[in-house]
Every structure is written in C-alpha cells, then in structure tokens.
Design a protein around this ligand. Structure first.
Ligand code: NAD
Length: 268
C-alpha cells in the first residue's frame, strides 16, 4: 500500500519539528512537505535539518495551498488565526486535517465545525493517549462523586506558553462538567485574586503555573470533607503529542467529513 502523505504547517515550531521527526520514523507515512508563515526566517531550509535529523531533501516552504493540494492529511500546531485559515483550505481541497492548536475561541470553533462539513478534521487540545484516558476517568469520577466534592484543575507549562488555562485543562474541565451534567461556562472559576469570598458551590476552579521547560502537567482534584482524590498526568516530552497527531492523521484519511476527537481516534 502506498504511504500516506502527511504535510505539516508551522513545521519550524516546537511541535512542528517534533511532527517532522515523527512522520519521518512512522511506517506507512511519508512527509508531503512543510510550510511556515510567509517571511519566516527558516524558509528554504531542509525540513530534516531543521528538526535535528539528517537532511530529508524537502525544504520549508510558504505555500500552504500547494501543501493541502499535495498531502493526504495535514498536521496543524500553529496559532488560532492560522488554524482557521488552514481549516478553510482543508475544506476547499477535501484534505484530512489534524488541529492541535489551543486558544481557539467559540467563533473559531464554529468555523472549524463548518469546515468539517466538507472534510475530516480531528481537533483535540491534547493528542496524548494518557490525557485522553484521564479525561474519560475524570468524567466518570465527576459522575460518581456527589457535588459536595469541589473540583479544582491545576496545570503547569513552560515559560513560552501564550494561552491560559491550557487547552487541556479546559478539556478536563469540560469532561468534569459533562460528568456532573452541567455546562463548564456556567461554573468555571478562572483566576482568583484578592477578596474573593468563599468558594461558590459547584464551581470548577482553574489554577495556572508557568515556568522552565515543563512540557505539560495536569491534575484534577476532587476535594471532599476529609478526603481528596487527585488524578494526574505528566507529559515527559513533545513526542507523545506528535505520536498521537500522526496516529490521528492516518486514522482520518478516507473518513467521511466530520469533526472528530482523539477519543474517537483512540476508541475511548
Ligand atoms: P511554536 O510557537 O513553537 O510553533 C508555532 C509555529 O506556527 C511557529 O513556528 C509559527 O511560525 C507557526 N505559524 C504561525 N502562523 C503560521 C501560518 N500562518 N502558517 C504557517 N505557520 C504558522 O508553538 P508550539 O509550542 O509548537 O505550540 C503550537 C500550538 O500547539 C499551541 O497552540 C500549543 O498550545 C499547541 N499544542 C498542542 C498540543 C496537543 O496535543 N494538542 C501539544 C503541544 C502544543
């Protein structure tokens, strides 16, 4: 069977480079190309060299449309505005798309859903198997524990991360809210400072730490009277997200149009 051609947008970024390495070592996948925003300092450089590998004989380009036309699936870990533009290109070209970008707002989510009417899109704030299993466990725990258990979500990431709380923390919050049968938007407490008054019953709280090179730590705490349950995940490296993303791309090629999650990909 011919290898599946995978293109990478944002190929010079931290995740972009991890994705190049992952595609290069995945059987049944081949690199269809990599692009960056026009004007990027690394345009014209070999994609393999950029990612710390031997040269792969393909250079970093700036023509996203050509990439979507040539690839069977495209991986996008960039910035929200770019991911929305890429979702439109995926819809126009019928190319499967995997979006890992976080910080996309409700209007952006509506655009992604509209694009997914024309092509298969896998969109997940966290592509790791462990975090998706954690989300399933959090949903289950929230459904079983009575609402007197206060739910707090703690996350820590490296100093370069630009959005907070992390997309994963919010996804874990949504899983907890779903388990409880409430909407996260109505109960989320994001950022406490000064004289806040007592905790509002039923809130799902978020706390955010930033520093160093932490790839991503998440803990969901269920704090009851006299006991505390903590469910945690610690990411050891970006490879686990890249592995999940490539797995999602291979899964999505040939699927009917639709918006899919990592839980669909992993069958959780
Ligand atoms: P980064 O800043 O290192 O990389 C982003 C890259 O996107 C940059 O190289 C930038 O030049 C490029 N880019 C911006 N606009 C572009 C455009 N129009 N066309 C092509 N490329 C463009 O950031 P990062 O650490 O790699 O993270 C990227 C995103 O992925 C963030 O939103 C992060 O939260 C998310 N992320 C998701 C997961 C997951 O599992 N879903 C895991 C890690 C990171």
């Amino acid at each position: 069977m011919a290898a599946i051609g995978i293109g990478i947008v944002g190929a010079a970024g931290r995740m972009g480079q991890a994705l190049v390495r992952e595609v290069a070592r995945t059987e049944g996948a081949k690199l269809a190309g990599g692009v960056e925003a026009p004007g990027h300092a690394s345009l014209g450089r070999d994609l393999g060299t950029l990612a710390g590998l031997e040269p792969l004989g393909r250079v970093l380009g700036a023509d996203a449309r050509a990439l979507f036309e040539n690839a069977d699936a495209v991986l996008d870990f960039t910035i929200p505005a770019a991911s929305l533009a890429h979702a439109s290109l995926a819809a126009e070209t019928g190319t499967a798309l995997v979006i890992g970008t976080t910080g996309i707002d409700a209007a952006g989510a509506a655009k992604i859903r509209a694009a997914a009417a024309k092509c298969a899109i896998v969109w997940a704030a966290n592509m790791s198997v462990g975090v998706n299993l954690l989300a399933a466990l959090v949903e289950q725990a929230a459904a079983k524990l009575d609402p007197h258990y206060d739910i707090e979500i703690l996350e820590m990431h490296h100093r370069h991360k630009v959005d907070a709380p992390s997309g994963t923390a919010l996804a874990l919050g949504r899983a907890a809210a779903k388990g409880r049968g409430v909407e996260l938007e109505r109960v989320s407490a994001r950022g406490r400072d000064g004289h806040t008054g007592p905790r509002r019953p039923g809130d799902i709280g978020f706390a955010v730490l930033r520093g160093g090179d932490v790839v991503g730590d998440h803990t969901v705490i269920f704090a009851g009277e006299g006991e505390r349950i903590e469910l945690s995940h610690r990411a050891g490296g970006r490879e686990l997200f890249a592995q999940g993303a490539v797995r999602a791309a291979l899964w999505a090629v040939g699927r009917p149009p639709g918006l899919y999650s990592m839980r669909d990909v992993l069958g959780l």
